[in-house]
Ligand binder design. Structure first.
Ligand code: SAM
Length: 437
């Protein structure tokens, strides 16, 4: 972040501030920025006609343990402190918070919400009056903050769908078609037209890291890379990894009940597979559920978590989760199965050994059948991943899971998913739960 008082760029009479930057001025000035899911905090001293603007966003790396609220804390607190250093009194300060829009395509609404939450929490803590909030929705805002009047003008709004407007990437339709082909062929993920902007934004990040400006050059790198590493980066960038502990909790109630029944019937061997496990919340919820169902050291238990994305698998393998990520776990269970570690970047909850020894994570592409595992599995969680696949890939996947389940075993799919249109041998137990006869 640039030191307070730094003029980031001046065009005509307006000081432009980019994401991660802060600008304060002791004199009347105009400050401009563009916010999407990021947030601009505009602070004005009514008496002195001075003020400043901080623009920040929480990073979303797909790795939740790294996504801390520190950016927002530093930016917002830094802005307030800078103005106080310029002689402002806190009771004369007025804050306006703008941004935090959610684009349907980016599918990480918690980043936008968290940006707004952090900004307002810090302002309240510092006892700064928030006079207006223009937050949320699905539009990006281009703003100009006038320190002479304290007025924040929204000078342009645009649907976040047009991510190229924000990111500076223009993807021509033929290039997008080629990108879609590569992604579909390598992952089964179907990038619909509506994903154009999301893909543009995510691929752009990777292109910037490689110093490339043209998507065609980037796609050539992907195709010519014999190590296969670049396709891994590309698929990491494209996949949506949103997950949480006890997501769609009815499935875990069901799992707990059937495992308890099987144990009463004398079963001691349990094999559960979390296909598309993302950062690990799902397999670790399964582990907690099994423990709570009475599974113990006399049982032979393995939980397999697989995903395509190496980035998320890294987090799953560390089995350490941020304080925010464990919020869905009842406190008693959290303290029983996770150990709190305090770090300067925030609290981490690390799964205790009794859970860790049950879970193994591996990379597996669900669009490439047959799978190498031998099975048979008792329960397969294949949730919130089929939505990205077209019918042919879904059909092959479901039939492969059917093959790997034992008779009487269960398949759980996401609540918004179904097996409609797929020829399969499962019987439907209840919504989103299927059993192999
Ligand atoms: C939205 S998350 C779902 C996580 C978890 N199952 C849940 O319901 O909370 C989707 C996951 O599917 C993974 N994925 C996408 N395409 C895949 C593929 N072809 N093979 C395996 N995993 C894939 C993504 O990397 C991502 O982690």
């Amino acid at each position: 972040m640039a030191p307070p008082g730094t003029v980031i760029a001046s065009r005509n009479d307006i000081h432009y501030v980019d994401g991660g930057q802060l600008f304060v001025s002791a004199e009347p000035a105009r400050i401009g920025t563009v916010v999407g899911s990021s947030v601009a905090v505009c602070l004005w001293d009514r008496r002195r006609r001075s003020g400043g603007l901080a623009h920040f966003t929480r990073p979303f790396t797909g790795d939740r343990s790294q996504a801390t609220a520190d950016y927002g804390n530093v930016a917002t607190a830094g802005l307030v402190n800078s103005l106080m250093q310029l002689g402002s009194q806190v009771e004369n300060l007025e804050a306006q918070v703008i941004g935090g829009a959610v684009s349907a395509e980016t599918d990480v609404p918690e980043v936008a919400h968290e940006n707004v939450r952090v900004a307002t929490a810090v302002l309240r803590r510092k006892r700064v009056r928030i006079v207006s909030q223009d937050v949320g929705g699905s539009v990006g805002r281009k703003i100009a903050f006038d320190l002479a009047s304290g007025h924040v003008a929204i000078i342009k709004v645009r649907e976040l769908r047009h991510a190229d407007w924000w990111t500076g990437v223009e993807i021509a339709p033929p290039d997008f078609a080629r990108l879609r082909e590569i992604v579909k062929e390598r992952s089964g993920i179907s990038l619909g037209e509506q994903k154009h902007a999301m893909a543009a934004a995510r691929v752009n990040k990777r292109m910037r890291a490689l110093g490339l400006r043209d998507l065609r050059d980037y796609l050539a790198v992907v195709e010519e890379d014999r190590s296969g590493q670049e396709i891994v980066f590309l698929l990491d960038a494209i996949s949506t990894n949103v997950t949480s502990f006890f997501r769609e909790p009815a499935h875990f109630d069901k799992l707990g009940r059937v495992v308890a029944d099987w144990r009463r019937e004398g079963h001691t061997r349990f094999r559960i597979w979390s296909a598309a496990c993302s950062t690990g919340e799902e397999p670790y919820t399964i582990a907690v559920t099994l423990k709570e169902a009475g599974v113990g050291s006399g049982d032979d238990v393995r939980i397999l978590g697989t995903d395509l994305s190496t980035a998320v698998l890294g987090t799953a393998a560390r089995a350490s989760f941020s304080g925010r990520s464990v919020e869905n776990i009842p406190v008693a269970l959290r303290d029983k199965y996770f150990q709190l570690q305090k770090h300067s970047s925030g609290d981490l909850y690390v799964a205790r050994q009794q859970l860790r020894e049950l879970v193994t994570v591996r990379r597996l592409n669900l669009s490439r059948t047959p799978f190498p595992m031998r099975g048979p599995f008792d329960v397969v969680f294949c949730r919130n991943v089929m939505i990205y696949f077209e019918l042919d890939v879904r059909t092959r996947l479901i039939n492969e899971i059917f093959r790997l389940l034992r008779p009487g075993g269960y398949l759980m799919v996401g609540h918004s998913e179904s097996l409609v249109g797929i020829r399969h041998g499962f019987r439907t137990c209840e919504a989103s739960v299927f059993q192999k006869p």
